[in-house]
Design a binder for this molecule. Structure first.
Ligand SMILES: NC(=O)c1ccc[n+]([C@@H]2O[C@H](COP(=O)([O-])OP(=O)(O)OC[C@H]3O[C@@H](n4cnc5c(N)ncnc54)[C@H](O)[C@@H]3O)[C@@H](O)[C@H]2O)c1
Ligand SMILES: N[C@H](CO)Cc1c[nH]c[nH+]1
Ligand SMILES: [Zn+2]
Length: 432
């Protein structure tokens, strides 16, 4: 069922082509998103209401839910469901709390003291996907690090349901995060609303969150059009599994399907040293697909997926590092030896008993991760994403005397006399 390639028979160009995903060759998505962005910029709330009607099939009078409505919705879910969300919240909190580390102050020369201090980004916008599936887990993945960082204003946007509300799980997460409002807008229009601000939706300094190709394109365009920054391109989900003869084909199939069921544009890749394993995985895929409610979506994603046969685990890692998957799963008894060889990946799942789903929900690591090869240069969301690190320096008279002539020489060699003067004027006062 998975198209299969033989790694040693692929040319470099063929590998480059194979690892491309979610491109927008005819600029179709870009054109649509550009139109949406300019409409929201011009017409604000009216545009958001029109897009809700067009894309979410709901005519909204009000573009947000307030604290009372959130409370009522949050109370509608069972205690068991609340408890599961609480455990996820706590694990995500524990893992992310370790990320706020105080750095050392350093004297680079006697009397020249340098240090960095952390400041939260004041206003952050969190996009919570709600198209093909509503993802309360994403609200925890973004809201928890935002709270730990100390962001003052947390704006949350998510597509409205057909009843003009959000579901009780989203509402319960808002309660856990002490966020008192949610804006009922999705897609590129939500990104534009948070970037420009509308009568209802506040403008933010940075936009976070995963989404489909429209959301992801909107984030990248907004970053170039405004001073609002973004976390990273976090588009359609993807997974790459490296497996050898020690792996269980049913586990691999389950992991591939877990990402495939996100949407037709998801991709699931199997890289294996064992050809028989690949055919056993194909069999398991067919079996498991039969009982999946979202089989049609997963099937489409599998058509867009493939397997690669490699002659060694070293070559499996080579391919994986080129691909730079959002999620990498290593199903081999050799996993410990392979960890150092992982160079490009969003989040990694090691051994036979670590399904990727645990990271999606509750192990504690973040599930908002770079896709489409951006794991070559971006990290997933963390507390760092929600802060700025500001550098400070302070010189004593000894410090100025120690460093002064170096700066004077460097300023002169760049031909920047005023830079030199700013040092010289102080040095001459010290020497008087
Ligand atoms: N990379 C990550 O970290 C990560 C994490 C979670 C989810 N995801 C991915 O996020 C995505 C969520 O996508 P989704 O579609 O379910 O929800 P979504 O909320 O991202 O998108 C839904 C919205 O897209 C807009 N839209 C849909 N069709 C459109 C069209 N033809 N033209 C213009 N706008 C349109 C609508 O406004 C709709 O409300 C999935 O692909 C999932 O795999 C990625
Ligand atoms: N796998 C997604 C990231 O690509 C995250 C997620 C949320 N819910 C289920 N899965
Ligand atoms: Zn998932």
């Amino acid at each position: 069922m998975l198209k299969t390639y033989q790694y040693d028979q692929l040319s470099l160009e063929e590998i480059d082509e194979l690892i491309l995903r979610n491109t927008d060759p005819n600029n179709q998505i870009q054109d649509t998103v550009e139109q949406i962005i300019s409409k929201v910029k011009e017409d604000g709330d009216d545009a958001l209401k029109q897009f809700a009607s067009r894309y979410d099939q709901i005519d909204l009078e009000q573009l947000y839910l307030d604290e009372g409505e959130i409370e009522a919705l949050a109370n509608s879910i069972s205690r068991e469901q609340q408890r599961a969300l609480e455990i996820a919240f706590q694990n995500i909190y524990k893992f992310h709390a370790t990320q706020l580390k105080k750095e050392r102050t350093i004297e680079t020369m006697p009397g020249v003291t340098c240090w960095r201090e952390v400041r939260p980004i004041e206003k952050v916008g969190l996009y919570i996907p709600g198209g093909s599936a509503v993802l309360p887990s994403t609200l925890l993945m973004l809201g928890v690090p935002a709270r730990i960082a100390g962001c003052k204003e947390i704006v949350v946007c998510s597509p409205p349901q057909k009843d003009g509300k959000v579901n009780g799980f989203i509402a319960y997460c808002l309660k856990l995060l002490q966020v008192k409002k949610i804006y009922l807008t999705g897609g590129a229009q939500a990104v534009a609303a948070m970037a420009f601000g509308t009568a209802s939706v506040p403008r933010v300094d940075k936009i976070f969150g995963p989404g489909n190709q429209y959301v992801t394109k909107a984030k990248s365009l907004i970053q170039s059009l405004t001073q609002v920054s973004i976390d990273m391109p976090a588009g359609p989900s993807e997974v790459l599994v490296i497996a050898d003869e020690t792996a269980n084909p049913a586990y691999i199939a389950a992991d591939l399907l877990a990402q495939a069921e996100h949407g037709a544009d998801s991709q699931a890749v199997l890289v294996s040293t064992n050809e028989t394993l690949i055919s056993n995985v194909n069999e398991a895929l067919a079996n498991q697909l039969r009982s999946l409610p979202r089989a049609a979506l997963a099937q489409k994603a599998l058509e867009n997926s493939y397997a690669v046969i490699v002659d060694s685990l070293e070559n499996a890692l080579l391919f994986s590092n080129k691909y730079a998957p959002e999620h990498l799963i290593i199903q081999s008894d050799q996993w410990k030896k392979m960890v150092n060889g992982v160079l490009n990946a969003g989040s990694v799942f090691l051994g036979h008993l670590t399904p990727e789903s645990v990271g999606d929900y509750a192990s504690g690591t973040n599930h908002t991760l770079p896709t489409s090869g951006y794991a070559r240069s971006y990290s997933g969301v963390s507390v760092d994403s929600f802060v700025k690190k500001i550098t400070f320096q302070q010189l004593s008279s000894t410090g100025l005397q120690q460093i002064g002539s170096t700066v004077e020489i460097l300023a002169e060699l760049e031909g920047l006399q005023a830079h030199k003067n700013a040092v010289s004027i102080r040095l001459s006062d010290l020497n008087d």
